[in-house]
Each structure stands twice: as C-alpha cells, then as structure tokens.
Design a protein. Structure first.
Length: 296
C-alpha cells in the first residue's frame, strides 16, 4: 500500500513524500525539505505512524526538496539509501548547504529548513540495480541520470517512484521537465526515459506530484517538452543573454504553455512552486555551455 503525503510546500500538490506500508513496518520514499517536516509528521499521523516508526528512507536524489528532511529520520534510527554520487553530501552536507545558502540567502531556512549530517552507519550507498528487501517489498534502484547525475528511480514490481526523471505534473495536467543546475544532461535524461519505458511500468509516483498511469503518453509529452525547452533556450545562450533577462521571458513562455494546455489559473503557482522558472533558466543555460564545450 502506497500513500501520497502532501507536504504543502508553499501551495498544495507541489512536493510529495510517499509512505509505503510493508510487513516490517512503514517506509518513506522522499522526505521533502526539513521545512515541511511538521507537515510530514501530520501526514504520517493520519495513517497511525510517527517519524520513529520509519526505519528505512529511500531518496531519489539529494536536492533539498527531495532529501532535506532525511537527517531527521536518521536521528530516530532510520537507514537512508542514496546514490553513490550523493553519499558524501549527506554524510557531510556543509558544502551542499552553503552553496544553496549563497543562492537563497535569507530565505534559505524558511524555504528549506536545516540540514545535518547522517551518520555513516545509517547511510547506504546504492549501486545501479541493487535491491533492498524490507519485509514483503523489494526496492530496486535504477540509476537514471539527466535531471541530476546522482538520480535514482526506485522500482517496486510494476510501480516506479520517479523523483524528477519523469518530470512534474499537477492534477494530471501537462508534464514539465525540472531543469536546475548544475548537472542537467538532456541526452542522459532521454536515455533514462527509455530505460524506464523498457520496464513497462503500470504506475509512476511523481514527487511533483502524485500518481500517473498513462505512462507512455506521459513520457512522450515529457520528452517533447524537454526538447522544446532546450531549443527555446539555445538562441539566448548563443546571444550571451543574462539569466536575469531570460528568466521573465521563460516564465511567461512556460506559463503560456500551461494555459494553452488548459491549466486553470490557480494551478500555475503549483507548477512554479514545484519547478521554479529561474532554476530551469540557469540549468538550461549551463546545459548549453557544457554541450558546446564537449563539441569543441
């Protein structure tokens, strides 16, 4: 049994944590940021659990909106499973936190909360296709880079917790690709999409946000929009346009795409909370810089 817990980050349906009930007790996939920990506690309580009942936490990657609260569960005894590339940053989050603080400044704590180290004996580095057995559930790690080099999609049978590799989608509206810096790789992302499709999953669980069953159509739309955003950004990169100048143009472009697809006005902020325009601008400009450098 999987329960979607809405962490109410800024708005509803922006960030989810997933509660998986197993024969050996409850498990979490994603924790959200520490700033939403109290809301997560309330979500657990509605199903009869406390944070101390969670002894296994599976992270798709170490971005704050997915993993920022993991340390709080480690404090009450949980093991935390993470990609090898993200391991050192959860073991010592100082560099990760300080880097983010330079970006968010005084808003850092209100947005993301605190972040503390997870002890080495509770932090598990997970290789591709490794399996973790918790009671009657097998969690299989699928390394799926593209959104981030340290990304894992977690598979249970015919269901996959996709983190950000399957994009963001609110109330089964349009699918959009979150493209933050520093290591977005669109070619790797396309390969990851094909890898997941080859497994023929029947259901996806998106951290942003919720359950998806039209899997093939979902990924086709994601791939099309990913390529569209890539193409839209290229002339701005070539012209050397600053992120500050591009951001409002991109925000308007992305919002128009949503409105043209029939998204109600009240849901536009949900997409923005889950996938801020300025982050995709920074990520896509960096993608083009790295791409051109590879071309020589």
């Amino acid at each position: 049994m999987v329960h979607t817990l809405d962490l109410h980050f800024k708005v509803e349906s922006a960030i989810a944590s997933f509660l998986v009930e197993t024969s050996e007790g409850p498990v979490l996939v994603e924790t959200g940021p520490h700033s939403t920990f109290e809301m997560l506690k309330k979500g657990l309580a509605t199903h009869g659990y406390t944070p101390a009942d969670i002894q296994h936490v599976f992270l798709t990657h170490i971005h704050f909106d997915h993993a920022g609260g993991a340390w709080a569960f480690a404090e009450t005894g949980a093991k935390v499973y993470v990609h090898p590339f993200g391991y050192k940053h959860m073991l010592d989050p100082t560099k990760l936190y300080n880097s983010a603080k330079r970006i968010y400044g005084e808003e850092m704590e209100s947005l993301w909360g605190e972040m503390h180290a997870i002890p080495a004996d509770q932090l598990i580095s997970v290789e591709d296709e490794s399996e973790v057995q918790v009671g009657d559930h097998t969690f299989k790690a699928l390394h799926t880079p593209g959104h981030a080099s340290h990304h894992i999609a977690w598979q249970i049978g015919e269901e996959i917790f996709t983190g950000d590799v399957a994009g963001c989608r609110v109330n089964l509206g349009p699918v959009v690709p979150p493209c933050p810096p520093p290591d977005i790789d669109i070619e790797a992302w396309e390969r990851s999409i094909q890898r997941i499709l080859s497994l023929d999953p029947q259901k996806l669980y998106l951290t942003h946000y919720g359950e998806v069953t039209d899997v093939q159509a979902h990924f086709e739309e994601l791939s099309e929009r990913l390529q569209g955003w890539k193409a839209w950004m290229k002339p701005y990169f070539e012209a050397g346009t600053s992120p500050a100048e591009v951001t409002p143009k991109f925000q308007a472009f992305a919002a128009k795409e949503l409105r043209d697809a029939g998204v109600p006005e009240r849901e536009i902020p949900m997409y923005e909370a889950a996938n801020p325009a300025w982050m995709s601008v920074a990520g896509l400009l960096r993608y083009w810089k790295k791409y051109m450098e590879k071309q020589g």
